[in-house]
Design a protein. Structure first.
Length: 277
C-alpha cells in the first residue's frame, strides 16, 4: 500500500458487501487496486456484486458468511487467507436497523435490541476475532468499522422521530467504543483500527427508515420514501446534499492507506456536516 489512490494488491475483506454501503466501498477500493473478498449473508447477492466489479476490470471474489456466528467468521477468514495468503484490510460493514418488520413499528422491541446488537456489535467482534490473529502474525493491517453518525449524541426529538431506531443508535455508539478499545489492543502489532460514521444515504436501509418515519409521523403518511429522505437532507445537512456509498468508500480508502498510518482509534464523520464532533 502507498497512498489512498493506490491500494494495489491489498487483500481486502468486506462484510455486508452485497449491496448499499458495502458494495460502494468494494467498488472504490477495487478501482484503487485492492483485491476484494466480498462477503454477504446472502451469498447470491455477493456473487452478483462481485461479478459487477469484475465486469469493470476489478478483482472481486464472493464469499458467504454470517457475522452473528463466530465459527462462520472463523471459516470466512480461513478461506480468504487460504485463497490469497493474507488479509491486509478488514472492513466490518454488515449491519441492520432492527428486527424484521421494524419499519412498521413506532416502539422498539426486545427483538430489535437483540438483532442490532447481534449484528452491529457482536458481528463486528466476531469478525475482528477471526481476522486479527492473521494480521498480528504479519505485524500489519488496517481495520475499518462502519459505524454511523446516529451513534453520536442525539439531535433532538424531530431528528430521531420513531424510537424504534434507538437500539440501532446505541449499537453504533458501541461500535465507536469497540473501535477505540480494539485500536489500543492491536496498536503494538502495527495495526490501525478506525471507524467511519456515514450520514444519510439512499440505500435499502434508508428506504426502510423512511417507511418507519411515515409510520411514526402521520404528517408524512402521504409522502413517498424518497420525499421523506430528501426532507431529512434539507433539515439536517449544512452542505445540502446526500452522501453516497462511494463517499464512504473514499473515506475507507484513505484510512486503509499508508497516508493514514498514524491515525488509529478515530471515528470519522462523512455526513455533510449533519453532526460535528
Amino acid at each position: 500500500m502507498t497512498d489512498a489512490t493506490n491500494l494495489d494488491g491489498a487483500v481486502t475483506l468486506i462484510t455486508g458487501a452485497g449491496r448499499g454501503i458495502g458494495q460502494g466501498i468494494a467498488e472504490v477500493l477495487s478501482e484503487r487496486g485492492a483485491v476484494i473478498a466480498l462477503s454477504d449473508l446472502d451469498a447470491d447477492r455477493a456473487v452478483v456484486a462481485a461479478d459487477a466489479i469484475k465486469v469493470n476490470g476489478g478483482n472481486a471474489f464472493p464469499f458467504g458468511g454470517d457475522t452473528t456466528i463466530q465459527e462462520s467468521m472463523d471459516g470466512l477468514a480461513a478461506a480468504v487467507v487460504e485463497e490469497f495468503g493474507r488479509i491486509d484490510i478488514l472492513v466490518c460493514n454488515a449491519g441492520v436497523i432492527g428486527a424484521p418488520g421494524y419499519q412498521d413499528r413506532v416502539d422498539h422491541t426486545e427483538e430489535d435490541w437483540d438483532a442490532t446488537f447481534g449484528v452491529n456489535v457482536k458481528g463486528f467482534v466476531h469478525t475482528a476475532n477471526a481476522v486479527a490473529p492473521h494480521m498480528q502474525e504479519r505485524n500489519a493491517g488496517r481495520v475499518i468499522n462502519i459505524a454511523s453518525h446516529g451513534g453520536r449524541k442525539p439531535r433532538g426529538a424531530k431528528a430521531v422521530l420513531g424510537n424504534v431506531q434507538a437500539p440501532y443508535s446505541v449499537s453504533k455508539a458501541a461500535v465507536i467504543q469497540w473501535t477505540h478499545l480494539l485500536a489500543i489492543e492491536l496498536a503494538p502489532n502495527n495495526i490501525t483500527v478506525n471507524a467511519v460514521c456515514p450520514g444519510t444515504l439512499w440505500t435499502p436501509m434508508w428506504e426502510a427508515i423512511a417507511e418507519n418515519r411515515k409510520t411514526a409521523d402521520p404528517e408524512l403518511a402521504e409522502f413517498s420514501g424518497r420525499e421523506v429522505f430528501e426532507q431529512s437532507i434539507r433539515d439536517r445537512m449544512p452542505m445540502g446534499r446526500e452522501q453516497t456509498p462511494r463517499d464512504i468508500g473514499k473515506a475507507v480508502a484513505f484510512l486503509a492507506s499508508d497516508d493514514a498510518s498514524e491515525i488509529t482509534g478515530q471515528a470519522l464523520n462523512v455526513n455533510g456536516g449533519a453532526v460535528m464532533n
